[in-house]
Design a binder for this molecule. Structure first.
Ligand SMILES: N[C@@H](CCC(=O)N[C@@H](CS)C(=O)NCC(=O)O)C(=O)O
Length: 213
């Protein structure tokens, strides 16, 4: 399996956690999104028509979108399961992942931040305030879902004693918020899960500082 990732990309990081939890070691290809490698014609045509990272290619099958990749991995390599089979828990995990992937991440993505600054000419301070505002709103919603999840399913992970795709989404999102200087103190449940994940090898291996690029 070939895996296309950028070390500092939170969506690539989600997939790296999933791969590590499943004990899979694909061929790693660093795609530098800062220099625009994700928009090169060959990459877009053969690897990821979305012109983003992450993506995987296996036996001529190419797939982008981090949640679709994790779902695909979960069916192909079901141990350990990252998307629970039980209907209600599965729905809760997906609810959380869509919050991270559809509501929080997109407004904070590199191309959005660049557009704000380079095209709309907002100042770096306004751009960072925009990031902090939507991140705080999103993480507050995440915190409410996590409190409910702890009550219903326990911990130490988002949705029980085992990590799920929700944890794959949460940890990179928290790091990205921290990196941008957001105030993380209100997010107590998320911080507790983060502290737990920080000592687990699969999560450590997936961190940006441990990637070849
Ligand atoms: N919904 C996509 C988002 C992918 C995405 O936007 N990835 C970012 C890196 S975290 C990227 O490639 N950004 C390039 C850009 O903004 O130009 C997914 O989950 O895979």
């Amino acid at each position: 399996m070939d895996f296309y990732s950028f070390f500092n990309s939170s969506t690539s990081w989600r997939v790296r956690i999933a791969l590590a939890l499943k004990g899979l070691g694909p061929n790693y290809h660093g795609v530098n999104i800062r220099t625009g490698a994700h928009r090169e014609a060959g990459y877009v045509a053969q690897v990821n028509p979305s012109a983003t990272v992450p993506a995987i290619v296996e036996n001529g099958f190419n797939l982008g979108q981090s949640l679709a990749i994790i779902d695909w991995l979960d069916i192909k390599h079901p141990e350990p399961r990252l998307i629970p089979a039980a209907l209600e828990r599965r729905a809760r995990v997906l609810e959380f992942c869509y919050l991270a992937a559809c509501d929080i991440h997109p407004v904070n993505n590199l191309r959005i931040l660049k557009y704000l600054h380079e095209t709309l000419k907002v100042s770096p301070q306004q751009r960072d305030d925009c990031y902090a505002h939507w991140t705080a709103e999103g993480l507050a919603a995440a915190e409410r879902l996590l409190a409910q999840a702890e009550e219903n399913y326990g911990g130490p992970w988002c949705f029980s004693a085992q990590p799920t795709m929700a944890d794959c989404c949460l940890i990179p999102q928290l790091c990205s918020a921290q990196r941008m200087g957001c105030d993380m103190t209100p997010f107590k449940r998320a911080n507790a899960i983060f502290a737990h994940a920080s000592s687990v090898p699969a999560f450590i291996n997936a961190e940006p500082r441990n990637q070849p690029d």
